[in-house]
Design a protein around this ligand. Structure first.
Ligand SMILES: Cc1cc2nc3c(=O)[nH]c(=O)nc-3n(C[C@H](O)[C@H](O)[C@H](O)COP(=O)(O)OP(=O)(O)OC[C@H]3O[C@@H](n4cnc5c(N)ncnc54)[C@H](O)[C@@H]3O)c2cc1C
Length: 519
């Protein structure tokens, strides 16, 4: 019997799943073991460093996938915990048969190294490895960067040209292949699965459903605003995109509100699909298809502002993360000017992370991140600018790490790319001297609802009774106003950790001097 280990790395779904589709069609496989490895080397699992919301999202997604496989295919998901370099070969050995290892391509260096090592090790057992490109992305990243004439994209039009060359273009845009339907069948042998779960060699690695439930309880996140899983992903896609063609056709990212939907301080004014895309609960081709359906035969916004434009930025960062050496570093990275940031200041970074800077807009955003694992794109702009070239003069990598731990949409390629962008160090960055005011008003390009200021009141409850006039800069309120509002600045809520104007002036000078030294 020939078994295919279907190692789902970032494809926690049955729709548009080329691995399950191939295994179903292949005459060379008699059975399939879908598997996910909680990679302890990346901080996953019980003792890992990944934050509770992000971990909860992952556990929920695994539970949802297992339920779906059970319901629709009478199959199961095998969840292992450990280093994939050890877990996958052990699994292959336990299966004891010449078969297949299927997995989705991941562009980051560690994943590429990992699969190289695993492939070498399982091939000695007669197991063939097949890595599927274009599962997390539209483009085949390896093919795109190897194509003659490839140059690192710096803009929406650059990535557009790359997509055109790789996919072709028709009257309605790039010829993005449609998403695959769910496989008609998953060849699953319950006995094989049971014997693996009961095997001695895997006993320390198997994570049961009961164990996942226990861990979810221990995480103590409360009901998450973004529940993980393909079911939630498809439901959100329908609610936010498919059922709202006018929203899609009029979508202009820079015009969306950073303080979320009026009346709901938790609901994104954008789609809120990022957690589902980054875990692969949702296929990017599926989102693209739904946007194109809305666009067909009617006026609509265009990249870079449109929704399609956002998906193109995602492709751009995946491509760059593969073509640029040391994408996640500030040394040896051709897309990162080596600015001499200030030394790590634990107190400043911690105040920023905990939402205790004394700047309510920044603090509200950081507290939303802590509580839900998500933040609007313009909020991310503001807090990353504040931490780096704006006010705190800290290396962008400190903020990147906080985001990586906490974001439910944490994505290595995209997170690093956006931090490079906002720190002002990348070829695609805005001019470094364009700094956001952390105390925005209703005219700010950060698009804040300033009249009721309900977003601030919700996330910074100390200021719940503060008059809107002062709520974005409460330390400027006269003492009697602070007392009447039940929040004395410096006692009930922090005074600003830095003077925003002075720190901006000093930091812009330092940035300029640093640039001059590089030139
Ligand atoms: C400092 C910083 C760090 C970020 N880190 C991440 C991250 O780890 N993971 C992540 O998915 N996004 C990240 N982003 C990009 C962006 O903020 C989020 O993708 C977006 O806010 C998610 O909300 P949405 O799904 O409603 O987006 P929408 O506006 O509805 O866009 C649809 C999809 O397009 C993609 N997208 C949108 N904006 C971008 C962008 N600027 N770059 C790449 N793809 C984009 C996302 O997959 C998103 O789900 C970061 C942005 C900044 C400024």
């Amino acid at each position: 019997m020939s078994t295919a280990i279907v190692w789902l790395r970032s494809a926690l779904r049955v729709h548009d799943n080329p691995l399950l589709d191939w295994a179903h069609r292949s005459e060379e496989t008699d059975s399939v073991i879908p598997v996910f490895v909680l990679d302890t080397g990346r901080g996953m699992g019980e003792k890992g460093h990944i934050g509770p919301n992000r971990m909860r999202f992952l556990y929920d997604s695994l539970t949802d996938l297992d339920d779906r496989l059970r319901r629709e295919y009478s199959a199961r998901l095998l969840v292992l915990e450990g280093r994939p370099e050890e877990a996958i070969p052990l699994l292959a050995e336990e299966l004891g048969s010449t078969g297949w290892l299927l997995c989705d391509y991941q562009a980051d260096p560690r994943s590429r190294e990992q699969i190289g090592e695993i492939k070498a090790s399982v091939s000695q057992m007669g197991v063939r490895t097949k890595v599927f490109p274009s599962v997390s992305t539209i483009l085949d990243v390896e093919v795109a960067i190897a194509r003659p004439g490839f140059r690192d994209p710096k803009s929406s039009s650059d990535i557009g040209a790359i997509m055109g060359r790789n996919l072709g273009e028709g009257p309605d845009g790039y010829l993005v292949p449609p998403p695959l339907d769910p496989a008609a069948e998953v060849k699953f042998e319950t006995e094989e699965y049971d014997s693996l779960r009961g095997s001695e060699s895997l006993s320390g690695l198997v994570v049961t459903r009961g164990e996942i439930s226990r861990r979810v309880n221990d995480l103590d996140t409360g009901e998450p605003y973004f529940p993980g899983g393909e079911g939630e992903a498809l439901d959100r896609l329908r609610r936010k995109v498919s059922d709202r063609p006018d929203f899609v056709n009029g979508f202009r990212k820079p015009a969306t509100m950073s303080t979320n939907e009026a009346g709901n301080p938790l609901e994104p004014s954008t789609t809120g699909l990022s957690p589902y895309l980054s875990t692969g609960c949702l296929s990017v081709r599926k989102v693209w298809e739904e946007c194109q359906k809305a666009n067909l035969g009617t006026d609509h916004t265009k990249p870079p502002q449109s929704l399609i434009g956002q998906l193109m930025f995602r492709e751009m960062f995946y491509v760059l993360s593969r073509s640029v050496e040391n994408w996640d570093d500030d040394v040896g990275n051709s897309n990162c000017k080596p600015i001499e940031w200030g030394g790590h200041d634990g107190e400043l970074v911690s105040a920023w992370e905990r939402g205790m800077t004394g700047y309510p807009y920044i603090d509200a955003m950081m507290r939303q991140l802590e509580a839900t694992g998500w933040m609007h794109h313009l909020g991310r702009h503001a807090v990353s600018c504040f931490l780096t070239r704006g006010q705190l003069w800290q290396n962008w990598k400190h903020g990147r790490d906080v985001f990586d731990r906490k974001l439910v949409d944490s994505d290595w390629a995209v997170n690093n790319g956006n931090w490079l962008w906002l720190a002002g160090v990348a070829p695609f960055s805005m001019p470094y001297y364009r700094v956001y005011n952390p105390c925005p008003d209703s005219k700010s390009s950060l698009n804040v609802e300033a009249k009721e200021a309900s977003f601030i009141r919700h996330w910074v409850p100390e200021l719940a009774s503060f008059p809107s006039k002062y709520i974005f800069e409460p330390h400027l309120a006269p003492e009697h106003v602070q007392e009447d509002a039940g929040c004395v600045i410096g006692t009930d809520y922090p005074s600003p950790i830095v003077d925003r104007k002075e720190s901006r002036r000093v930091n812009l000078g330092l940035f300029k001097e640093s640039l001059a030294r590089i030139a």
